[in-house]
Design a protein around this ligand. Sequence first.
Ligand SMILES: [Zn+2]
Ligand SMILES: [Zn+2]
Ligand SMILES: [Zn+2]
Ligand SMILES: [Zn+2]
Ligand SMILES: [Zn+2]
Ligand SMILES: [Zn+2]
Length: 234
Amino acid sequence: MLHDSDGNEEHTTGSVNEKVAEKKPNDGIKDKCQCTNGCSVRSCSCFESGSGCNSSCGCSPSCQNLFNHLDYFFGENHRLSAHSCFAKWLMNHSKNANGFETIDRDKLRKRLMKAAKQVEAFDDDDLQEWLEEWRTIDESEKLAHTQQLFRLLISDHSSSFYYSFCDNGVFDEDCHWHCVKCQKCVEWRFWHCNRCNKCTYFKEEEFLLEYMQHWNFLLGTYGVSSPCERCGRM
Ligand SMILES: [Zn+2]
Ligand SMILES: [Zn+2]
Ligand SMILES: [Zn+2]
Ligand SMILES: [Zn+2]
Ligand SMILES: [Zn+2]
Ligand SMILES: [Zn+2]
């Protein structure tokens, strides 16, 4: 979604990262829905963003939004949405419109732990703390602790890392993201070109300049060079 920020004069690496994160198409679909068709399709803005419906939606009582059942993963009273990558995976993997019970949480927990170990994500404070507790708790606490790992890695409030189902690995949120338009994970330097309807990127050395020019284009000020390497239009 376009937004009103035009702070692209900042040149530090940090701010470039921020700008890249800001114009993800994933943003701007947080509005609550007004569906009359049960919220089980992508035309529902809540479903599309991996969120459950709530009382501010105009949809109940016919609501059948799959993501109303996310407490199965995140625990009661957390009201989190699924990370966009997890949301896509859930759309493909939940056979049962009534919930996620067919998905094995322990198997998913093992998959996340294995991936986190591979990239040493357990050096991260939150994850390290989680792992230390995991080793000491007894059987009865394991489900709640598993849900905490899910909140850390596959919710929209994930830690500095998230688990990518597309790429089967744990990634730094600043270096990797899931594009909801392409429905795939890409590196940070990719951004979604609405004209091409694809994620695209510029060569490293040209990145900042091209990005800023494209950004001006998207804002309607029509920069001096082409908007992206694929469509190549002025
Ligand atoms: Zn809806
Ligand atoms: Zn809704
Ligand atoms: Zn709904
Ligand atoms: Zn993904
Ligand atoms: Zn393009
Ligand atoms: Zn994309």
